[in-house]
Design a protein around this ligand. Sequence first.
Ligand code: PLP
Length: 417
Amino acid sequence: MSNPEFGSRVFDVDAIRADFPILQRKINGNDLVYLDNAATTQKPNQVIKSLVDYYEQTNANVHRGVHTLSIEATDGYELARTKVAKFINAPRPEEVIWTRNTSESLNLVAATWAEANVGEGDNIVITAMEHHSNIVPWQQLADKKGAELRYLPHNEEGLIELDSATGVIDYRTKIVAVTHMSNVLGTINPVAKLAERAHSVGAVILVDAAQSVPHMPVDVQALDADFLCFSAHKMLGPTGIGVLWGKYDLLEAMPPYMFGGDMILEVTYEDATWNDLPYKFEAGTPNIADAIATGAAVDYLTELGMDNVWQHEQELTDYAMEQILSLGSVRVLGPQNPALRGGVISFIHDTIHPHDLGTALDQQGIAIRTGHHCAMPLVRSFDVVAAARVSFYIYNTKSEVDAFVSGLCETEGYFSR
Ligand SMILES: Cc1ncc(COP(=O)(O)O)c(C=O)c1O
């Protein structure tokens, strides 16, 4: 019998690939090799079907109806919330708030919790490897409140040394907001240790899990996180829906983010009171279909087992790192040791501009990311304005890594002519 902890389905990449219709596409006459998974992942039939089924069979508004369709839509919407809660080991489903994406989840915490709790002279601590979504809301808030925005540095390898946190996180720190896994360096940050440090000075910790929840087992209780944010589109789900998880008592004490239908308990001509969690943070008609499809994505990953997902990506990353480094013509950003990183490899070629490389590889059907990866300060710290990035997911194979490396060599040949 299979162990449900490790997934109830055999991790068979060919069978997985058969679930993804887009992988049948030809791009410029070649088989698609999709290596841009940190930006967004492809969707399996199970998720696509869940969307179609919803609109064909169930579509109705939630929470307010007494008719069958509304009851079914509400049940599906709330069941998806329960699936997400279980996936991240949240103690209560009411702690899972549906948002539009990681960016909105981060903005929500900055505009509500931090608005109420950060004052003049306090500080907010983030790392120097954050995505813009976890920099700009804090810059804006610090500015507005007269607070200080501090950056936890990383070493040359792209690793945060906990000793450096001692001087940065202090008794005036109100919130530590860190990425679990860098979307540029691939670094996996010591979140549980940082949580310990934050809590020891009375601060809360927010985890940007946009690049971790899709790829590894994440347990909010084991991390002792206070808030955790991620996007469905990076984990097989649809665009336009994300999650903010928060500890119940913190969410309960926070003011609402948006006002309108569903988030109220009672409204008079003069005033209003707020609904219970999670509805206090879900004003207006929610993204019902995409929430239900996120549940289907969670089912898919749960069946595979997140330990297996992680192991598959580690093997691919290991394999790709070895091949890329052996070329001798590229500088890989972030830790060279595959055990310290996830399946994101950003690199700078000695002579080929990332955009030229991306365009040349596209001619061969290979999709990679090029640019600042929404982390301009970090990419610029390497004295470049852009880098190339490959990132892996459950359907990628070693032969796709081979195709990428030979495409890179071919492009080198072309530019050296
Ligand atoms: C680490 C990290 N944080 C936040 C985001 C923002 O996610 P979204 O665009 O879905 O809001 C991303 C997206 O790439 C990311 O990689």
